[in-house]
Write a protein that binds this ligand. Structure first.
Ligand code: GTP
Ligand code: MG
Length: 197
């Protein structure tokens, strides 16, 4: 898919405040600092469309971007950020789960996972919750440029093995780098395939 336009629409603190759910929507979700906002910018070919930061917890609201005037790409706050208070962490989690469960134009969510680490409990739990809740999702491994040799492949295989403990069929998996724009076309092609934009 060729990106002709990508524009910021709105930041919302609740799913009820999000733009009218009248066009298909795809959302990026994952731990704080995993690289959600950076990958959105890489895919949209715009440097500062979504705000990024070296400090986790940058994105605190639901941000909607309108792509090619025909679909929404949504940047969500990260889950599992240790440095905010327990109450605030719970609030973020509620914001994310309420959004996923109630946003009726959501076609697919992309769960982003840092390719540098072994399977992490919090990510496995979130994926488990998506599966159990019947949410269509795909998995995106991020920051692949930070690893050498086959280290990414090893971590991806470890995740696959963990997921196979529960699920026979696994979702689509993408290996990406916002830095090198790796994997962006594959994700955009997948989005294009799921809709007649
Ligand atoms: P929150 O909004 O806090 O949840 O974070 P986020 O998931 O949106 O992460 P963000 O895109 O802000 O990126 C976090 C940090 O990781 C920034 O310093 C980015 O420059 C860096 N980063 C993101 N993606 C990549 C990548 O593919 N490669 C490298 N080397 N760094 C990356
Ligand atoms: Mg962000």
């Amino acid at each position: 898919m060729v990106i002709k336009t990508a524009d910021f629409v709105k930041s919302s603190g609740k799913w009820q405040e999000c733009p009218e759910p009248n066009i298909p929507e795809y959302a990026f979700i994952g731990r704080s600092n995993v690289g959600k906002s950076s990958l959105i910018n890489a895919m949209m070919n715009k440097k500062d469309l979504a705000k990024t930061s070296q400090t986790p917890g940058k994105t605190q609201l639901i941000n909607h971007f309108l792509v090619n005037d025909s679909w929404y790409l949504t940047d969500l706050p990260g889950y599992g950020y240790a440095k905010v208070s327990k109450v605030q962490r719970k609030d973020f989690e509620k914001l994310i789960t309420n959004y996923i469960l109630n946003r009726r134009n959501l076609v697919n969510i992309f769960v982003l996972i840092d390719a540098r680490h072994n399977p992490q409990k919090i990510d496995l739990e979130f994926i488990q919750w998506c599966g159990e809740s019947g949410i269509p999702f795909s998995i995106i491994f991020t920051k692949a440029d930070k690893l050498k040799g086959n280290a990414v492949g090893k971590n991806v295989d470890a995740y696959k093995a963990e997921l196979h403990r529960t699920w026979e069929d696994l979702p689509e998996l993408y290996i990406t780098s916002a830095e090198k724009k790796q994997g962006c076309d594959e994700i955009l092609n997948f989005i294009g395939k799921t809709n007649d934009f």
